[in-house]
Write a protein that binds this ligand. Structure first.
Ligand SMILES: Nc1ncnc2c1ncn2[C@@H]1O[C@H](COP(=O)(O)OP(=O)(O)OP(=O)(O)O)[C@@H](O)[C@H]1O
Length: 231
């Protein structure tokens, strides 16, 4: 589904991402973990052609993401609040995204229904612009918008950050639903080791821009990760 070959990103001569090869297969759920500055967001930005690699290429279903646009139709993403249109209300924003995808009002309500628990009565009908929502609620709006089109691949940067514990659990269950019911390919970064291993069947550890471990999740993974990150 996604293949990275010899990708490198450098800023001012300092290499911040250096990945010789990474292949993510269709339907796989991959958790990207790593300390602050490890290069997770930079990698996601390159996957989404928001920044260009200094060297190397990213392919989505064999399409070079820097040369074509087709992959955008089946790729959903939310990296940060910059993805939102903050002078719209959430309803206006969801309608805008729905219109782009050719969704009717009925389709839109149906697609939003699984998110209502996560929204916790604080997102819809608030008569408030997105910019006036809390960081956590902005995150919920962004994640829902990214998933609205039922994309084949969903890329989320730290989806659990800024969410209260109940919301984290609801989001975790929602992402598991996308994995099992829709067979969505999921790529999420997280500092929350226990949530990420519950959602993802594969964990990739990034350290100083390099993949240092790529493991299949099992009952020992949390312990292994905790041991890895204990310094
Ligand atoms: N535009 C930029 N100019 C210079 N350096 C940058 C730029 N963007 C990212 N970097 C650097 O690249 C490195 C990787 O940053 P990145 O944001 O990808 O890490 P991360 O793993 O997402 O970190 P975090 O967990 O803190 O969000 C950091 O050292 C960062 O300072």
């Amino acid at each position: 589904m996604i293949a990275i070959t010899n990708i490198q990103k450098a800023y001012n001569g300092r290499t911040v991402v250096n990945i010789p090869e990474l292949v993510i297969n269709q339907g796989e759920t991959v958790g990207l973990v790593g300390n602050n500055g490890a290069g997770k967001t930079t990698l996601f930005r390159m996957l989404l052609d928001l920044i260009r690699p200094t060297k190397g290429e990213v392919f989505s279903k064999g399409i070079n993401v820097a040369l074509h646009e087709d992959w955008k139709a089946y790729t959903g993403s939310h990296l940060d609040e910059g993805f939102l249109i903050d002078y719209l209300t959430p309803e206006e924003y969801f309608k805008f995204i729905g219109d782009l995808q050719g969704l009717s009002a009925g389709d839109l309500s149906e697609r939003l229904a699984p998110f209502l628990d996560l929204f916790n009565g604080e997102i819809l009908n608030q008569k408030k612009y997105i910019r006036d929502f809390s960081k956590g609620n902005q995150k919920k709006i962004g994640v829902a918008a990214a998933a609205l089109s039922n994309p084949e691949i969903l890329i989320l940067d730290e989806p659990f950050a800024n969410l209260d514990p109940s919301s984290q659990i609801r989001l975790k269950n929602l992402l598991k639903g996308l994995r099992y019911q829709k067979n969505m390919t999921l790529l999420i970064s997280s500092h929350d080791l226990s949530h990420v291993i519950e959602v993802c069947e594969r964990i990739v550890i990034l350290e100083k821009g390099e993949i240092v471990q790529d493991m299949v999740t099992n009952e020992n993974t949390l312990q292994e990760l905790e041991a890895y990150f204990t310094v």
